[in-house]
Design a protein around this ligand. Structure first.
Ligand SMILES: CC(C)(COP(=O)(O)OP(=O)(O)OC[C@H]1O[C@@H](n2cnc3c(N)ncnc32)[C@H](O)[C@@H]1OP(=O)(O)O)[C@@H](O)C(=O)NCCC(=O)NCCS
Length: 192
């Protein structure tokens, strides 16, 4: 395990986070169906994380508010990426555990994601309860995974997974000057 710190993302991290995501996924990341649930939205309150090692941003993970079918609140996890130079040293796993712990602490009931079952299975994700849920676009069904934080939270889950997080936009400071909302950036058109 390489020494690192996991902390909340700040606006100062956004440019480096975007560079890390570009390196990990390339431009195609904006075409992913999961992106339809993230674009123009802010991440869930308190659930944007970065990993920092030797002063460098080496990991990113955020969670987003969604509805898992009508009236059922859940989180969507992702994207998760770790800098190629420090992979396989436990940072990705540590970020997952940290983020899931914080989601639990904040009272969230369930977490969904689109990803590799062999990787996410180790954190308790499976396709067991996602069979009657669907995403707004193409995806491989066996990659739609979920984990219940509250047991039974996804029992009978059925329907479209839809974004229901706060929208990005300009907020007014007390000074009257418009400022980007937390999580916005110069790259705002590239919602990641
Ligand atoms: C996936 C990723 C975040 C893992 O980060 P990491 O810091 O290397 O993770 P850890 O060190 O905690 O865990 C590494 C383990 O995960 C395994 N692993 C990594 N990607 C995997 C995958 N797609 N499927 C199965 N296992 C995978 C490694 O083989 C290693 O296995 P081991 O513990 O048996 O040796 C990192 O490889 C990455 O950024 N990849 C590119 C982006 C990506 O694919 N993100 C996930 C999809 S959203």
């Amino acid at each position: 395990m390489i020494h690192h710190e996991i902390r909340q993302e700040t606006p100062f991290d956004v440019v480096r986070r975007e560079a890390l995501l570009d390196a990990a996924f390339g431009e195609s990341r904006f075409a992913k169906t999961a992106e339809r649930l993230r674009e123009d939205r802010l991440p869930a309150e308190g659930l944007s994380f970065v990993a920092v090692a030797a002063g460098r941003l080496v990991g990113t993970l955020r969670l987003w508010n969604v509805a898992a079918g009508p009236g059922r609140k859940a989180l969507l996890l992702g994207p998760l990426a770790v800098d190629g130079e420090v992979r396989d040293r436990g940072i990705g796993g540590a970020m997952m555990e940290h983020a899931l712990g914080e989601a639990r602490r904040r009272g969230h009931a369930a977490v969904l994601l689109v990803g590799d079952a062999p990787y996410y299975g180790r954190f308790g994700f499976s396709a067991e309860k996602t069979g009657a849920l669907w995403l707004p676009g193409p995806y491989a069904r066996d990659r739609l995974l979920a984990q219940e934080i509250a047991p039974g939270a996804l029992d009978g889950a059925r329907g479209l997974i839809a974004a229901n997080g706060r929208r990005k936009g300009l907020r007014r400071l007390k000074s009257g000057v418009a400022a980007p909302a937390a999580g916005d950036s110069a790259l705002a058109s590239h919602a990641a």
